[in-house]
Design a binder for this molecule. Structure first.
Ligand SMILES: CC(C)(COP(=O)(O)OP(=O)(O)OC[C@H]1O[C@@H](n2cnc3c(N)ncnc32)[C@H](O)[C@@H]1OP(=O)(O)O)[C@@H](O)C(=O)NCCC(=O)NCCS
Length: 196
């Protein structure tokens, strides 16, 4: 039986390996297209360095529009510089959904160790209003779950604001539950996770 130290060594190696990949999504190629009724969406991977300034701006503006009001309504407040800087970090990875030439949504995530577990941490999941309620958010989460499986991560972890009822309902429906690391004394947000 492997010792804790040996397991930690394997987890770190897995993260190191996936972070060396130019495109960790090629291995999950079948998830690169999403179709529902008359909607056809293409999903592509971009590391933070490959994100054009325009795309970076679009990602930020969509987060500002979608969740800015939720942040402003709680004690965390909206911190634009913080979000913008995170999007440029070397570890930031993106899946971008396009319908033809139009951007429809994205998720930003990283492969990381989190309280001794190897995880995909989902920092953003943002769907343009026009494309919401069509199953695209669920498809993005399936993409992350597939990536976690193939790159041997243990969990998907994410943060949800407690005033974001739609997102709470969405994640619960997909089987996410409050993570053991979620702080009890924090009314503004909860950490959710799902084993993969
Ligand atoms: C929360 C969010 C990511 C969900 O993405 P989405 O693409 O709208 O989600 P889905 O379409 O997969 O599911 C949403 C709802 O539509 C329903 N739905 C799923 N497929 C559908 C379809 N083909 N047609 C109609 N409804 C559908 C689901 O039952 C679900 O119901 P629920 O609200 O009770 O969970 C998206 O609404 C969003 O970007 N919201 C604003 C930003 C945000 O809150 N992000 C999360 C931050 S933690």
């Amino acid at each position: 039986m492997a010792t804790d130290r040996e397991i930690a060594g394997i987890q770190h190696k897995n993260i190191e390996k996936v972070n060396q990949q130019k495109n960790p999504f090629t291995i999950a190629e079948e998830y690169g297209k999403y179709s529902k009724d008359d909607l056809t969406i293409d999903i592509s991977y971009k590391g933070s360095k490959e994100l054009t300034k325009d795309l970076q701006k679009w990602c930020f503006k969509l987060a500002e529009k979608n969740v800015g009001p939720h942040y402003k309504a709680c004690s965390l407040g909206w911190q634009p510089k913080f979000k913008q800087n995170d999007m440029k970090r070397p570890w930031a990875k993106f899946l971008i959904a396009k319908c033809g030439q139009e951007n429809a949504g994205y998720t930003m995530f990283r492969f990381d160790m989190d309280y001794g577990r190897s995880v995909i941490y989902c920092y953003e999941l943002q769907i343009d209003e026009k494309y919401q309620n069509k199953g695209l958010g669920e498809h993005f989460m399936k993409c992350l779950e597939k990536l976690a499986k193939v790159w041997q991560m243990e969990r998907i972890v994410l943060t949800v604001l407690t005033n974001n009822d739609g997102a709470l309902r969405f994640y619960k429906r997909l089987g996410y539950t409050v993570d053991e690391t979620s702080p009890d004394d924090e009314p503004s947000y909860q950490i959710f996770s799902k084993e993969v």
